[in-house]
Structures are given as C-alpha cells and as structure tokens.
Design a protein around this ligand. Sequence first.
Ligand code: ZN
Ligand code: ZN
Length: 386
Amino acid sequence: MAATSSEGEGKPIRCKAAVARRPGESLVIEEIMVAPPMPREVRIRIICSSICHIDLTFSDMQDPPGFFPRILGHEAIGVVESVGKNVTEVTKGDVVIPIFLPDCGECIDCKSTKSNLCTNFPFKVSPWMPRHENTRFTDLNGEIIHHFMYVSSFSEYTVVTFANVTKIDPEIPPNGACLLSCGIGAGVGAAWRTAGVEPGSTVAIFGLGSIGLAVAEGARLCGATKIIGVDVNPEKFEVGKKFGLTDFVHAGECGSKPVSQVITEMTDGGADYCFECVGMASLVQDAYASCRKGWGKTIVLGLDKPGSRISLSCSEVLHGGKTIQGNLFGGLKPKSHVSILLKRYMDKELQLDEFVTHEVSFKDINKAFDLLRNGQCLRCMIWMDN
Ligand SMILES: [Zn+2]
Ligand SMILES: [Zn+2]
C-alpha cells in the first residue's frame, strides 16, 4: 500500500540531533536538516534510543573509521514518517526498529536459514548511507554530517535503507523492543541461534558486561541448567543471578589453576558452550580450552584491537574436535528472528526490562555517555520526547 501523502513528505525536516563534532568531546545538541528518503529508503521519527560501547568507541575515534561531524546511535525504535519510492515493506505510521545489520531478503545469504550476513549490503562501519555512499544529514550551514552504522539514531529523525528496518507490533513497549536492536539482541541470539544451546546444557560466559549477561539470559531461555559467569568483579555475579547465572568463577583468584581447569572440573569435562564477551584474544583461547572435547562450541562475541590473532596448536584443534564460531548480531536474522524474541518478551519468558538501569531525556544524552564510560549502567534509555 502506498503511503498517504502529508505536509512534510518529500521535503527536508528541520529537527534536533546530538552531533559528535570532535573526537573525545561531548555531543552537541543542535538543529540539523534531514533530507527526504530516496528510493528504497525510509525516514523515521525516533521514539527512544539506547547506547552501547560502540557509540562510545566511535565518539573517541580520531582516525577512520572514525569520522566527524557524525550522528551516532544505533540501538533504537521509531515510527515511519515517510517512505521513498518502491518501498513496500513498511508504510507511514508503522513502528519499526532500525537494525545495523542489513537483511535485504533477496540475496543467497538472506534467503538461507544458515546465515545473517547479507551479500547485497555487506555490513561495514561506513560514514554513509549503504546504497548511495552519501548522507541525508546537513547542519544549518549546509555542511554534511556523517551517518553511523546505517542507523544514526541520536536525532529526532533519521533515514535508513529498507534492508535496515524491521516492522514490529506497535503494542510492544518501546524500550524492550529497542534493546533487541543491537547488543542485548546479539547476546540472546548468540545463545539461541549461533550456539543453539539445548535444555540441560552447561554454559560458561567470559565477561559479564551487558552482552555477557544477555548471553546468560539467552542460555536461561534455552533451558541451560548450569550457567557459569567468569569475571574479575564478583559483584557481577549478584547482577547476573537474575539473568540465570548459577555459578561464578572469579578470574584472577583461581590460585595456581588456570580458569579453563576450574571450568572443566565444574562441568565434569568442559562446558558444552563457551562465550567470549570481552574482546581479548587470550580469553578466546581460555574459552576454547574450557569447552568439552568432541562437541564443545566456543562463540566469539568480543572484538579485540585490530590485527590481534588467536593462537591454537594444530594438535589441540585436531584432537579436541571442538568448534569455534564468530557471529554478527548473535546470528539473528533481523526480519525473522527479532519478532520471535519479541513474542517471547511479550509472553514474559524473555527478560529485557531488567537491562534498563537508567533513563534520561534527549537533552541529557551526555549523561548517558558518562554513565556508560564509568561502567555504571547496563543500558541507559534516551527518550526523545522528554
Ligand atoms: Zn541480503
Ligand atoms: Zn550496540
């Protein structure tokens, strides 16, 4: 169905955005112009947005892929304001979550049940729109402002490609749906889709930040009976209990035993599934050593610094019979799996609200950055209307 026409459609919108002007500096709330959507694009009014470490990393990044000025933000929910030509998937007024990982629905990978890595729009942290390599944002002097992760949600309005929007049920509470658009969705998805955790299985999670806790929640949802958290901060265990953690290993206080030996003993031969959620190559090796020979699976979620490598001995690989697997967005296909998880949230099986530890209004967005920088929050929700 074609969108009904209204006043602002097809014209630029003047609105407020939080612009990252210079690396390492606070965002500046200013008025900007948001161009109308081009063919196969959608303009969205953002309802709320959460913030994750990737926003923080890129707000500090001096050199490419860091670009300035830029509108950060990539975990969000909004309402379609208008659509460009040839958009059939959504129409004006639909509630959508913009998701950084494209799902075109047409390429061999999007059609496959095995992959969520689109070939038509391969994901990269580009400063542009994916299809035309240009921007829909300008400041009031006419200077261009860069995009971020194909979403740029720290703005009252943004433009995304059809492949990056997932329509959802408008009855779903916006903060819960927003959380599934990146980090929390990736953690839950890694347990459900990438690992395929089964009822009764054992799981070890290295790093109990919000992604690690989301893995715990996913493993709990899948019926894992032993979920071990590994971290240097024992306070994380208390937080993690509500997401299903059953055991804790205080890394750094295992005496002479390596962590992998402690986990192997706790699980009577190694965990069925191990997850690396920190972004340290050495921890990937520890996770690999902690999973069970023959069928153990290690899932990599963290990203170490550029150029870092994982070292495994050939005999360990050959004799171990284990699997090591990476993933983007926890292996979730944005247009099919997210709605399944949202149903489980609405059925009160999947816990999402518990991840929201703080809420601020848009004008206080820099407070959200400070909370995350100081490790004080799991997820801080930024509400546009307040
Ligand atoms: Zn595709
Ligand atoms: Zn994120």
